[in-house]
Design a binder for this molecule. Structure first.
Ligand SMILES: [Zn+2]
Ligand SMILES: [Zn+2]
Length: 199
């Protein structure tokens, strides 16, 4: 057996000549103490691993639950979200313009008023030519005040676009993902417009 270089005992730090390459202790007693320490370290490592895995599982579970909550939401929830994002964009686009129907600037609330209603023409609910800033009285109490909306709209977008708006439109087969996409698109468009304004 080759002479191994001397080593310091892991427990008492005394120098010793190991009998084998894997011996780290000066005596069997210190070997037993060192084994306890190793086992304790292993236990800490295993516990740390278990806790980490538990946290990961909890996080995944929370994510899954959030996805499930979204999945059980009815389609109307996503239509409403998309419509809100679209309407908010329209109100901001027209922020410097008066009410499309009565031409008034006033202090009250403004809505996004559809010329062709979303009830009768759901295919035009996200059509930007079909929706303009409108005062609450015109929107709520005069059913959009369409008599006055019409000439103002033609003046604003031109006869050709007005005719196109009044022509036939296909109703897209919008599904949940489409409403989510439309919502996100209009949130992004609004954000970009606000950033442009700030720059
Ligand atoms: Zn020792
Ligand atoms: Zn008005």
């Amino acid at each position: 057996m080759a002479n191994l270089p001397r080593r310091k005992c892991k427990v008492c730090s005394a120098w010793f000549i190991p009998a084998y390459a894997n011996i780290r202790w000066c005596s069997p007693e210190h070997g037993a103490i060192y084994a306890l320490e190793l086992r304790a370290k292993e236990k800490v490592k295993a516990e740390a691993k278990r806790i980490k895995a538990q946290h990961e599982a909890e996080r995944e579970n929370r994510q899954l639950m959030a996805e499930k909550r979204q999945q059980v939401k009815p389609l109307s929830y996503f239509i409403k979200q998309a419509q809100q994002a679209f309407n908010e964009f329209i109100r901001y686009r027209d922020r410097h313009l008066p009410c499309i129907s009565c031409g008034r600037h006033h202090e009250g609330q403004y809505h996004a008023g559809h010329f062709r209603t979303t009830g009768a023409n759901p295919e035009l609910r996200f059509n930007e030519d079909n929706c303009h800033r409108q005062c609450a009285p015109c929107n709520n109490h005069l059913s959009g005040n369409l008599i006055n909306y019409r000439p103002a709209l033609i003046q604003k977008i031109g006869q050709a676009r007005f005719d196109a708006l009044m022509g036939p439109h296909e109703l897209p087969k919008w599904r949940r993902e489409d409403y989510i996409r439309i919502r996100d698109e209009y949130r992004a468009k609004l954000k970009a417009m606000k950033q442009e304004e700030a720059a």
